[in-house]
Design a protein around this ligand. Structure first.
Ligand code: SF4
Length: 398
């Protein structure tokens, strides 16, 4: 039944009606959830201006429809903002003058203030953003041979408390909005453009657990991949999780790539270094990875941090291989990036090479990731922690 187009659909489309009929779950409820409702049009003077960067293309179409504008107007505005990078409605010259004048009464362009932009000698860049209320997040650009990958944050702080992670020591203080995430991309994009460069890939691997903030994360992905705007390929976007197993199907549904921070060869160690494992263990996590690979046809990336004496032993490379051989995956190993107070050490380069060689000998698809940007504290959460309250302690000039 096509609820979208039926008279019944419109009759049921208000929340009040839904509750009245007690349709709170099942396919009908899901269809009703999906049913867009036309916003009530209020006089501009009474509406709070919305952050344009929070709006998907479909959202914008809906708002403009409510204002009595034609469908194609949304495409025009989206192109000005995301393709021509114009954030002043007055400059959108193919829009009627009265429409241009109306838009600033409804929308504004809110983006975090850039507190610092740092460039490492190895090409890594890092932005520290002020997101208000004394809170900040960071975004890191990681260059490699054939790509420029932007690592974006999804939360201020993080509740997952991974023991090796600087951000994990800071309780989650705020979930970012979709607009905050989109703005991280735009700030990096505009900065790189001045140097003739472009972001090629995005990973949700900065501060925060993306699947703890799925609404904003998947809305931002919708915005970043919309062909009327930035138009990034979904295959160039990776969502990385510490292991919130029930939310992994959202990654599959969004059509983006999945990375999982595994970081241990067995439950006993993972329980110690990643408390999320006590809730969803390795078997449950890898089952979800297999399911994702089956449905998406895409390999999962398993991240594995080598902690000296904890996860870097050769017998643990064998254990890791046995554990993951049923998962269509590639394994990214990376030596721990030491930071003050972590309690963990970085293994020496020989041990890292031996660990990698053993996995290759066994037949695993494994990549050794270099630790980038050590001179600008590029591991997640480190820059923010250095900066808070003491800007004079920043280790580098931008
Ligand atoms: S590694 Fe990621 S999920 Fe774990 S505490 Fe740090 S930011 Fe959170």
């Amino acid at each position: 039944m096509d609820l979208q187009n039926s008279a019944l659909s419109s009759a049921l489309s208000t929340e009040a009606t839904r509750q009245h009929l007690s349709i709170t779950e099942g396919p009908v409820a899901a269809a009703l959830e999906a049913q867009p409702e036309l916003p009530e049009v209020q006089p501009a003077s009474e509406v709070e201006r919305r952050n344009f960067f929070d709006l998907s293309y479909a959202d914008l179409q809906l708002v403009l429809k409510g204002l009595g504008k034609e469908r194609f107007r949304a495409g025009q505005v989206y192109q000005w903002v995301y393709q021509k990078r114009v954030e002043d409605f007055a400059e959108m010259t193919n829009l009627a003058k009265d429409f241009r004048a109306e838009l600033p009464e409804r929308f504004e362009f809110r983006r975090p203030r850039v507190m610092q932009e740092l460039k490492s000698v190895d090409g890594t860049r890092k932005w520290l953003h002020d997101v208000g209320d004394g809170l900040s997040v960071e975004t890191v650009l990681i260059p490699s041979k054939d790509r420029l990958t932007l690592c974006v944050s999804s939360e201020v702080g993080c509740n997952m408390a991974c023991r090796f992670c600087y951000t994990g020591k800071q309780k989650m203080k705020r979930r970012l909005s979709a607009g905050d995430i989109v703005a991280q991309f735009l700030i990096a994009h505009d900065s790189l453009k001045r140097d003739g460069l472009r972001v090629s890939n995005i990973v949700f691997m900065g501060m925060g657990e993306p699947l703890d903030n799925p609404e904003a994360v998947f809305k931002s992905i919708e915005i970043l991949t919309d062909p009327n705007g930035i138009g990034l390929s979904k295959k160039k976007i990776t969502v990385s999780t510490s292991g919130i197993v029930p939310k992994i199907p959202l990654v599959t549904q969004a059509g983006v790539r999945l990375a999982v921070s595994l970081n241990a060869p067995n439950d006993a160690i993972r329980d110690q270094v990643m408390p999320v494992n006590k809730r969803w263990n390795i078997k449950e996590l890898l089952d979800a990875c297999v399911q994702h690979a089956r449905e998406s046809g895409d390999r999962v990336t398993l991240e594995y941090v080598l902690l000296k004496g904890v996860t870097d032993r050769i017998e643990q490379a064998r254990e890791l291989y046995e554990l993951t051989r049923r998962v269509p995956c590639k394994i990214n190993i990376i030596a721990f990036n030491e930071h003050p107070g972590s309690g963990f050490l970085r293994p020496d380069d020989e041990q890292v090479s031996r660990f990698q060689a053993e996995l290759i000998r066994l037949g695993a698809h494994v990549l050794l990731r270099k630790t980038m940007g050590r001179d600008i504290f590029a591991a997640c959460g480190q820059l923010t922690s250095m900066y808070q309250g003491r800007p004079e302690t920043m280790p580098l000039n931008g």
